[in-house]
Design a protein. Structure first.
Length: 328
């Protein structure tokens, strides 16, 4: 059902007071009605690659936008140019025998406590993978003053293996981020802590991070207002499952953080075939997912019920990653 038809249907149900229709309708739009009217989201897309871009020490150019939560309408947007990294460090060349043409991809967008936007990207070249963090500071939720914002870029350093990639991020205290590190973007995955000051993957593990199953895909880190961390996991069954953990909840025997498998994600009574593109919590604690919507041939925003995994369509949202803007 399109957003326009759903609004018309809401008016009809309210007028007729038919209890069965009202009950069904309220389950679909309750999350949207509970959101603050000023709730907006940041989105990010890749821009066309520049011929002058050196993927081994420069970030790709991206477009940052702000959209209305309820409608997905883009309120404003601005471009971030190609940036040279501040922490350039030499690394041994590791030419690959088989490789695709050079390409870039965005792996996550997060907003730090001070409002700084951090975008993680991966650039693939013949000489390996180059992981970057683009930081945008000093902007508001309208992004209209992005031209006066402070741009910085870092390359992610000190991976255990040359072909590892940062595939998701989550903000932590003390200028650190929790990251999901993959191998060329696929399994095996591992949790790592990254220092935003230096761009380095920390060798130690003060958090007691759990070891992940080597054949399972993990993605889409996010955190609710209570501090619980969520992600998606895909095993041999091929269905994305919502998982959760809390850094304070550790197993007595191992001292490692426990991971709970919650529920498979589903839409209109059927399990998802492909993983979602991204997950994020609103300030009210509602979980949202960005996923492909074949009916509009684009990405769309969905609500997610944490207990059942049930997803409900909100609106079309033509971005690759998203995050909620900080509350004013």
């Amino acid at each position: 059902m399109s957003p326009l038809k759903r609004r018309q249907f809401t008016q009809l149900a309210a007028a007729s007071l038919t209890s069965t229709i009202v009950a069904d309708l309220s389950s679909k739009v309750l999350a949207q009605k509970s959101e603050p009217s000023q709730e907006v989201i940041y989105g990010v897309n890749l821009l066309s690659a520049s011929k002058e871009q050196n993927r081994e020490n420069q970030t790709p150019s991206v477009e940052v936008s702000v959209a209305d939560l309820a409608t997905g309408k883009v309120l404003s947007k601005a471009s971030v140019p190609v940036l040279s990294v501040d922490n350039l460090s030499s690394r041994p060349k590791t030419p690959r025998a088989f490789f695709l043409p050079d390409y870039d991809r965005i792996t996550k967008l997060i907003v730090l406590a001070d409002g700084t936007i951090v975008i993680s990207t991966v650039s693939s070249t013949r000489n390996g993978y180059f992981n970057y963090l683009i930081s945008i500071g000093g902007i508001t939720s309208t992004v209209e003053n992005i031209t006066s914002a402070k741009f910085t870029a870092q390359t992610v350093l000190d991976f255990e293996k040359f072909n590892q990639t940062v595939d998701s991020l989550l903000s932590l205290p003390k200028n650190q981020v929790l990251s999901l590190v993959g191998t060329e973007g696929i399994t095996p995955f591992a949790f790592r802590t990254l220092d935003l000051t230096t761009g380095k993957i920390l060798s130690g593990d003060d958090l007691g991070l759990p070891q992940l199953p080597p054949t399972h895909r993990f993605a889409n880190l996010c955190q609710d207002p209570k501090g619980n961390i969520f992600a998606t996991e895909i095993g041999s069954e091929g269905v994305p499952v919502l998982v959760s953990m809390n850094l304070q909840d550790k197993a007595i025997a191992t001292g490692k953080v426990k991971i709970q498998r919650l529920t498979p994600l589903n839409f209109e009574g059927r399990p998802l075939v492909n993983d979602v593109k991204d997950l994020a919590f609103s300030s009210s604690g509602q979980l949202y997912a960005l996923a492909a919507d074949n009916r509009v041939k684009n990405n769309a925003l969905f609500t997610v019920d944490v207990k059942t995994g049930k997803m409900g369509l909100v609106s079309e949202l033509a971005v690759e990653k998203f995050a909620f803007s900080p509350k004013a």
